[in-house]
Every structure is written in C-alpha cells, then in structure tokens.
Design a protein around this ligand. Structure first.
Ligand code: MN3
Length: 242
C-alpha cells in the first residue's frame, strides 16, 4: 500500500482494520503494469459465505441472508472498487476536484465491505458453532473489562438497538490500553473511534432484519445472540492483540 493511499484511507481508520483483521478478502492489483507509477491499488472481492442462506434460521431468515449478501455486500465491494479506481485516476490526472466525494465513497463502501466480511464470520448456525457463551481467553477478557459476559451482551445489545437510523453495534479491542470497548457506527463508518479494531459487529441496518422482524429491532438483536460465533470473535481478538 502506498503512502498516498494509506493517508487517504486513514480518513476512516480503515487502513488499520484492513491490515490487522482477517476479515478482509484477498486483494490483487488492478492497475496494469504500465500504470504502476500511479501507485498501488487493489481489487476487493466478495468473500465466500461460510454457510448456506438458510443456515441461521429461524433467527435470520434465508431471504434476508441472500439479499444481504448478494445485493448489499456486493454493492459495497463494487462501490469500493469504483471509488478507489476513481481516486487512482484523479491522482494520475492530478485532478482532485472530486476528492471529497470519492473519499466519502471510500469510507462508506470500505466500511461496508470490512464490516460485512466480519459479520458473516462472527455468525454460525445455532448449536453448530453459533450461540452459547464465550470461553477461554475471550471470556476472561470480557469479564476483566465488563465485569461479566451478560453485562457485555446487555451493553452491546443496547448500543445496537439505540443506533440512530442505519448502523452497527460494535465490540472493539483498543490497543492503547488493551481494553475491550463497545461502540456504535452510523451507516458503515460514522462515530467510529480511532485506534480500535472491531472484533464483533451486529448489523442493525433495516436490510439485516426487516423482512422477519419489521420495526422490532430489539427482537432481532435478542435473537441474534443465538447465532453469535464466539470462536470467531476469539480469533479476531487474538489477531487484534498481536
Ligand atoms: Mn448490512
């Protein structure tokens, strides 16, 4: 990643996230060889969904999963590729008239791609990796920072339910003081703290639950804990702590 691109993406603190989390899909250069002088860029891809669309039933319905993954997440991937290509073009032409627009697009679609890539993996079918309680180091860390697991789940649920409009409830690891903290994101990127690495996110955009739960976001969030994949969250924490 070039310095320019890093500076650029840092507007949404995505550089840290992309480099430190396993959630991002593999990337490959998209600029032709003769354009290398423009700096590096990447092609983002929709990651493979680790289970079938109906695997999280009855908590999350198959139609919601299919639309969410094939339409919404796909749109973030396409939007991020488009925005980053436009930035590369602007750099080549030294024409930054639209840099604010494309910077926002990068933050929005980059946030969407990153968070959804994590979201699919921090869920699993109930009883087959999904639900239950965290164990091991993750459980110890949650108890250390929140008192007990139930308090952490309650705070994260409350944060998710209270997001104004579309967004996320997020559990982060903050390296500066080695703590787990809970936050929100509006849309895919606003309200994000600096220096934190998300290890668990609950998508509370209406597209994540409206077909089954309509306006009852709290019911969706309560049901969501039946499919949380604590093993994956523990992996994310381990990566974040390195
Ligand atoms: Mn979503």
């Amino acid at each position: 990643m070039t310095t320019d691109r890093r500076k650029f993406i840092s507007s949404a603190s995505l550089a840290t996230l992309a480099l430190t989390s396993s959630a991002f899909a593999a990337e490959a250069p998209i600029l032709p060889e003769d354009q290398k002088s423009l700096g590096s860029t990447t092609k983002h891809e929709l990651p493979t969904l680790p289970y079938s669309y109906n695997a999280l039933e009855p908590y999350i319905d198959a139609q919601t999963m299919e639309i969410h993954y094939t339409k919404h997440h796909k749109a973030y991937v396409d939007g991020l590729n488009k925005a980053e290509a436009e930035v590369a073009k602007a750099r080549a032409a030294s024409d930054f008239a639209l840099i604010q627009h494309w910077s926002k697009q990068c933050a929005f679609h980059g946030g969407g791609h990153f968070l959804h890539s994590m979201f699919w993996k921090v869920m699993a079918p109930n009883g087959k990796g999904g639900g239950g309680e965290p164990t091991g180091k993750l459980a110890d860390k949650i108890k250390e920072d929140f008192g007990n697991v139930e308090a952490c789940k309650k705070q994260l649920s409350a944060a998710a339910i209270a997001v104004e409009g579309s967004g996320w409830g997020l559990l982060h690891y903050r390296a500066s003081d080695q703590r787990l903290i809970i936050g929100q994101a509006e849309n895919q990127h606003k309200l994000s703290s600096w220096g934190v690495i998300p290890i668990l996110g609950i998508d509370v955009w209406e597209h994540a639950y409206y077909l089954k739960y309509q306006n009852k976001r709290a019911d969706y969030v309560a049901a969501w804990w039946n499919v949380v994949n604590w093993t994956e969250v523990a992996k994310n924490l381990e990566i974040a702590m390195k």
